[in-house]
Design a protein around this ligand. Structure first.
Ligand SMILES: Cc1cc2nc3c(=O)[nH]c(=O)nc-3n(C[C@H](O)[C@H](O)[C@H](O)COP(=O)(O)OP(=O)(O)OC[C@H]3O[C@@H](n4cnc5c(N)ncnc54)[C@H](O)[C@@H]3O)c2cc1C
Length: 500
């Protein structure tokens, strides 16, 4: 039997973004009928696998200052840093005891960023950029002796050379915050629909609602697409090809451990972001001997099936080597895995699109948990009115050609550097008479060939180009074809109209 109902706002996706948008909107407009649709198990969701670090300056890379879009992304993360303490208190109130208190107690302020002796040039550059950014913005921090970082006990050859303590950045238990968001949503009378959306319903260029996997439809005046890395699957039939940058899956593994020896981290310890990946991090879960260890990052354009053994191996080996050798004796209590939503150009998709009433809230890649409060406030304002006009947010409009933050030649060179550094991080040793150049040359040559095929070369982020390169080297041509198709579609769709 087909069941027909309707709401004012249907949020597709029950991760941190979908829930935060729903709670914020319900708080501002108590009479509005809001539904959040998503499978309770959240298999493969990024939110369920995140730590989560609440990092803005900790996420700075050498690319942060390169382009106004990257600066706008940094500004968003800075707002989130300011808003988290108050947002968490408000969430705890909304959720009520005991769920709200558990989320509030899981917040541990303070992050140590450490640069190990074995770090490559990109990680070292990122660390320098981070130190410059904290100075420039007057962010409270201390440059400290790495020997003074509590719980840091790496292998002797990987002992850190430099360390900085960020006072305001820290971490929360993502699962506790998620539970509080669910409780808050229920108390605000947001309807939770434990299903999957199979189709976004559109007619006359206006969103009408969604169809669920059980065949029923839910009418809605507005639909918020917050289905993480799976969001693009739902727009293929409602938006022309190339209109919105597609999403890829940044697969990441992490684990929870219980310490069997005294000591351990009391605040977050992380490395800077490294070549083609994120920083390695160890997060304490307060009041327990449990800690979170993350994370790997491998970008794919088709939905991955689940974690791979190689990711587990590299995560444990790197963490023992660079952060705490005693991890080897810890009890493993959970493996976690999820796919970060990353767009083709690496920037988020936030706000309305050419289909009236259809809004995006995704593409947040590796700091979507941290940015959720700010994105939720922005989206709630847009759902309830025209919203504030802001040049920074304009960069993230879903209806755009891929943003290019560098030239094509720079993108090729950066990709080659990332590949060479990643190879070394994974244990590549060359003969004494060779440096990294053969690896970099090989990658640059392959990437050039890829660009020749693209027809419309676009300066893609090195992480995305590496995906096509790595899989092409393994004989898998699909990512290269996928990239070529999408870039061609984007070029065609967003080409300037002659004489316009
Ligand atoms: C290992 C790992 C570590 C991370 N660490 C951090 C960190 O320390 N700090 C930080 O800020 N960020 C971190 N991130 C990134 C962060 O988790 C993401 O940016 C953020 O969680 C994205 O949230 P989301 O709600 O957009 O997507 P998701 O969390 O992926 O949620 C999307 C939801 O939509 C549901 N869904 C999918 N398809 C449908 C459909 N058709 N119908 C209905 N529902 C659907 C899914 O089941 C899922 O629950 C990490 C990510 C990973 C994987």
């Amino acid at each position: 039997m087909v069941r027909e109902t309707s709401v004012d706002v249907a949020v597709v996706g029950n991760g941190v973004l979908g829930l935060a948008v729903a709670v914020e909107t319900a708080r501002r407009a108590p009479g509005l009928r809001i539904a959040v649709i998503g499978p309770p198990g959240r298999a493969g969701a990024a939110t369920a696998a995140a730590g989560a670090m609440l990092n803005c300056f900790g996420e700075v890379t050498r690319y942060t200052g390169w382009h106004p879009a990257a600066q706008a992304k940094f500004a968003l993360a800075r707002q989130a840093l300011d808003q988290w303490p108050r947002w968490l208190e408000q969430l705890a109130d909304d959720a009520g005891p005991p769920t709200g208190e558990t989320a509030l107690r899981s917040h541990v302020p303070g992050t140590f960023v450490v640069l190990g002796a074995g770090a490559g040039a990109i990680a070292a550059d990122n660390f320098t950029a981070l130190c410059r950014a904290v100075e420039e913005h007057g962010e409270p921090h201390d440059v400290i002796d790495p020997a003074d970082v509590p719980g840091l006990a790496p292998a002797p050859q990987a002992r850190p050379l430099r360390a900085v303590h960020l006072h305001r950045e820290g971490c929360v238990d993502a699962r506790a915050v998620l539970a509080a968001l669910e409780a808050a949503a229920c108390r605000h009378r947001v309807r939770m629909v434990p299903d999957t959306v199979s189709e976004v319903l559109v007619s006359a260029d206006t969103v009408r609602g969604v169809r669920l996997a059980d065949g029923s439809t839910l009418g809605a005046g507005a639909v918020v697409l917050a289905a993480g890395s799976r969001s693009s699957e739902l727009t293929a039939d409602v938006l022309p090809p190339g209109a919105v940058p597609p999403l890829l899956h940044g697969a990441g593994s992490a684990l929870l451990t219980r310490r069997t020896r005294p000591g351990g981290a009391r605040q977050a310890i992380r490395t800077p972001n490294r070549a083609a990946g994120c920083g390695l991090h160890l997060l304490p879960l307060p009041g327990t001997e449990r800690q979170y260890l993350g994370a790997t990052n491998f970008i794919t354009c088709t939905r991955p099936d689940g974690p791979v053994a190689g990711a587990a191996e590299i995560l444990i080996r790197s963490a023992r080597q660079e952060i705490d050798q005693a991890l080897a004796g810890s009890q493993l209590t959970a493996w976690m895995w999820g796919a970060r939503p990353i767009t083709l150009d690496g920037f988020p998709l936030i706000g309305p699109c050419p289909v009236a009433g259809l809004h995006f809230a995704t593409g947040t890649y590796r700091d979507g948990f941290h940015c959720a409060p700010v994105i939720a406030r922005h989206l709630a304002a847009r759902l309830l009115g025209p919203g504030p006009a802001d040049a920074d947010w304009a960069w993230f409009t879903p209806y755009r050609a891929p943003i290019e933050t560098m030239t094509v030649e720079q993108s090729l060179t950066e990709t080659a550097t990332h590949a060479a550094e990643t190879a070394r991080e994974h244990g590549l040793h060359l003969p004494f008479f060779l440096d990294d150049e053969p690896v970099a040359t090989y990658v640059r040559d392959r990437a050039h060939r890829l660009f020749d095929r693209l027809g419309h070369p676009v300066a893609l982020p090195p992480e995305i180009l590496l995906l096509a390169f790595i899989l092409a080297a393994r004989g898998n041509d699909h990512p290269a074809r996928w990239l070529a198709d999408h870039l061609h579609a984007a070029h065609t769709h967003h080409a300037p109209v002659p004489g316009a």
